[in-house]
Design a protein around this ligand. Structure first.
Ligand code: CP
Length: 324
């Protein structure tokens, strides 16, 4: 009788995978990123073929420990865990004992003491997942730490690019918008650079500093100037909740200079690919006709998010079992 892994063509658990946690794409090699993407493609194909349950993680319990709001990341991690047969528990900060003064580490340790193998954490403070990784036996996945990293978002963005374009190496990818506060930007930069893409960060000078060049990327303050030479546009949300001052006079003026609309689309390459990590602000980063148009892969990104998170949970499960 064939195993679940054999039935979907997943292959044996890769002995070369050595990570206990997924804290950022900065720490992964190009081969490791490619391994995750390859496995995610297998999981996506299996789901499309009708495999709604792939019982590879029946003995694993995951908890989503989110201290910031989420729609896509939390639901897709829960769904990914359940599709793999794992137990998935959601922690809600607003109804928890945090209000009684319990610390994040104590909260996580108590949840771990109930028999949790994988902790998926989102927190507004950069480094929180790293802190938990130092204090827990469980595997820790960074689901977004302030403006620092959002590795599974970076992976699903890159998976979508690779799927649509067949490759990543040699492409020019522009990240447009609130680069200063974007964890998605940082994870995309690490991942895309490692896979050989040229990356441009573009936005107002209050949100895009020339210091980004230190990460090996080009910077631009003019979307109209870079449009003709980009293959992929990833339109990042203005994170009003993380701003200390006003980065531009008004949303209308931001949209005038940086919103992707039909007029700007006409200046791009014929096969331009439009991405946005979501949530999107229609009329600010992009207009509805672009968001819902033929160049947009925004909902494919969301679909790929489940497959990427299945691959990540499956790969980390080896370490989770070893640590029991
Ligand atoms: N892209 C993303 O992280 O979306 P959520 O905040 O809804 O999880």
């Amino acid at each position: 009788m064939s195993t679940a892994a054999e039935q979907i063509g997943l292959g044996a658990y890769p002995s070369e995978w050595r990570h206990r946690h997924l804290l950022g794409l900065e720490e992964l090699s190009a081969d490791e990123i490619t391994l995750i993407l390859d496995k995610a493609e297998v999981f996506k194909r299996a789901i499309l073929q009708g495999h709604r349950r792939i019982p590879l993680l029946n003995d694993i319990t995951c908890v989503t420990l989110f201290f910031e709001n989420s729609t896509r990341t939390r639901i897709s991690f829960s769904l990914a865990a359940r599709r793999l047969g794992a137990d998935s528990i959601d922690f809600s900060a607003s109804t928890s004992s945090l209000s009684k003064g319990e610390t994040v580490i104590d909260t996580a340790k108590n949840i771990e003491a109930m028999g949790t193998d994988v902790v998926i954490v989102r927190h507004r403070t950069p480094g929180t997942p790293h802190l938990l990784a130092q204090n827990l036996r469980a595997s820790v996945v960074n689901a977004g730490d302030g403006p620092h990293e959002h590795p599974t978002q970076g992976l699903l963005d890159i998976m979508t690019i690779r799927e649509r374009r067949g490759h990543v190496e040699g492409l020019t990818v522009a990240l447009v918008g609130d680069i200063a506060h974007s964890r998605t930007a940082r994870s995309n930069i690490w991942g895309l650079k490692k896979l050989g893409a040229h990356v441009i960060v573009c936005g107002p000078s209050t949100l895009v500093s020339p210091r980004w060049k230190e990460l090996g990327v080009e910077y631009s303050w003019s979307l109209d100037e870079i449009l003709p030479r980009v293959d992929v546009l990833n339109l990042l949300r203005i994170q009003f909740e993380r701003q200390y001052g006003r980065p531009f006079p008004s949303v209308r003026e931001y949209a005038h200079l940086y919103a992707m609309n039909a007029e700007r689309l006409a200046k791009t390459k014929d096969d331009i690919l439009i991405l946005a990590p979501g949530p999107i602000n229609r009329g600010v980063e992009l207009t509805p006709d672009v968001a819902d148009g033929s160049h947009s892969a925004i909902l494919e990104q969301v679909t790929n998010g489940v497959a990427v998170r299945m691959a990540v949970l499956w790969l980390l499960s080896g370490a989770a079992r070893d640590k029991r």
